[in-house]
Design a protein around this ligand. Structure first.
Ligand SMILES: [Zn+2]
Length: 346
């Protein structure tokens, strides 16, 4: 791919063959990242992005559902689909080792993938955009939740079509939803673990409902929402072996099935881990990578104890992901009324 002129194939339909393929066979129909332009009754366009992370297959399943639905339904609006990292999808990976993460390329950069992202955004700027939906999966157990980069009523309305549980963030600025949020209401859909039927169902429904919605609310919001903001990212120091069972012989032992703690509020004083050797294995970092550990945890007599109320999210039990990326995040709930003056009309 030429960095100056990235090829961005544009298809006019979702090939029927998609119904016979797995996500790892996606390159049989989409050999490269591509756009699919589907014409609807209205010139307003809903943008959908899938497979920015190649191993997050729910977006591919949603494309299959759309292909089936489109056999006997007409689109009420244009639907523009970006099929992202097909090479990583073929390999069953988030991204290939020689590629950047496709959800970190949307605010400029010098690789061919950054140029590809710019071509997608250039195309989007020619559209009358109604909304944008980016579909992802988690590795650990989490409820279905939406991420938004603005608390404007239109964003709350769009995200609430997917879930009453929302996460608001402004960092990193290189994710696609940050770029899209400058163009139209945008949501990142976190549809559970790859392949979970409930996540596929709900992700298809939010696309379908957005295509049919007459307009977004421009004031307040009309349903119970819980909106969190991320306050810290939990990382484990290199060299620490991790166990998820009280009987593990690892020097750092968390409770079993700790990913069931995700999105469940935890009170100050809660025991988080046993530590069987000297050191401070867990750190909490903010967006600027400032160390906030002492604001959240105390290390006491071989134990890690939460020192302030917080809600964890995206805790994963997969050691490789913990070492490559992070252990999970800590969040606080946003009070929409008192902090942002956003009224609920329930
Ligand atoms: Zn993802």
């Amino acid at each position: 791919m030429d960095a100056l002129m990235p090829s961005l194939p544009v298809l006019k339909r979702i090939p029927d063959a998609i119904l016979r393929l797995s996500s790892q066979e996606v390159r049989q129909i989409f050999p490269e990242p591509c756009l699919i332009e589907l014409e609807g009754a209205s010139s307003e366009t809903v943008f959908l992005s899938v497979l920015l992370h190649g191993n997050e297959t729910t977006g591919f399943s949603v494309l299959q559902r759309l292909a089936r639905w489109l056999r006997d339904h007409r689109l009420p609006r244009n639907l523009l689909i970006f099929v992202g990292n097909v090479h990583a999808a073929e390999a069953g990976l988030r991204h290939l080792t020689d590629q950047p993460d496709f959800n970190r390329i949307w605010n400029g950069g010098s690789t061919p993938e950054h140029a590809l992202a710019q071509s997608v955004l250039t195309e989007l700027r020619t559209c009358d955009l109604f909304a944008a939906i980016d579909i992802h999966n988690n590795t650990g157990r989490n409820p279905l939740y939406g991420c938004i980069n603005s608390l404007a009523p239109q964003f709350l309305h769009l995200a609430a079509l997917f879930s009453p549980t929302l996460v608001y963030f402004r960092n990193p600025p290189s994710v696609i939803s940050m770029a899209l949020s400058k163009l139209c209401p945008a949501v990142t859909v976190e549809a559970g673990r790859p392949g979970e039927p409930a996540g596929i169902e709900r992700a298809f429904d939010v696309v379908h409902d957005t295509l049919h919605l007459s307009r977004f609310r421009t004031a307040g919001h009309d349903r119970e929402l819980t909106v969190y903001r991320t306050v810290g990212r939990m990382e484990i120091e290199p060299g620490w072996r991790i166990g998820f069972s009280p009987s593990s012989d690892a020097p750092l032992r968390f409770p079993a099935e700790m990913d069931s703690w995700n999105f469940s509020p935890k009170q100050a004083g809660m025991h988080w881990a046993d530590i069987a050797r000297a050191g401070r294995p867990l750190r909490v970092l903010d967006e600027q990578r400032r160390d906030l550990t002492d604001q959240f945890f105390t290390y006491e007599d071989g134990a890690l104890v939460l020192s302030r109320d917080a809600t964890p999210s995206m805790i994963t039990l997969e050691t490789a992901i913990i070492q490559d990326d992070c252990f999970g995040y800590l969040m606080e709930q946003i009070d929409l009324v008192s902090q942002h003056g956003i009224r609920a009309d329930i």
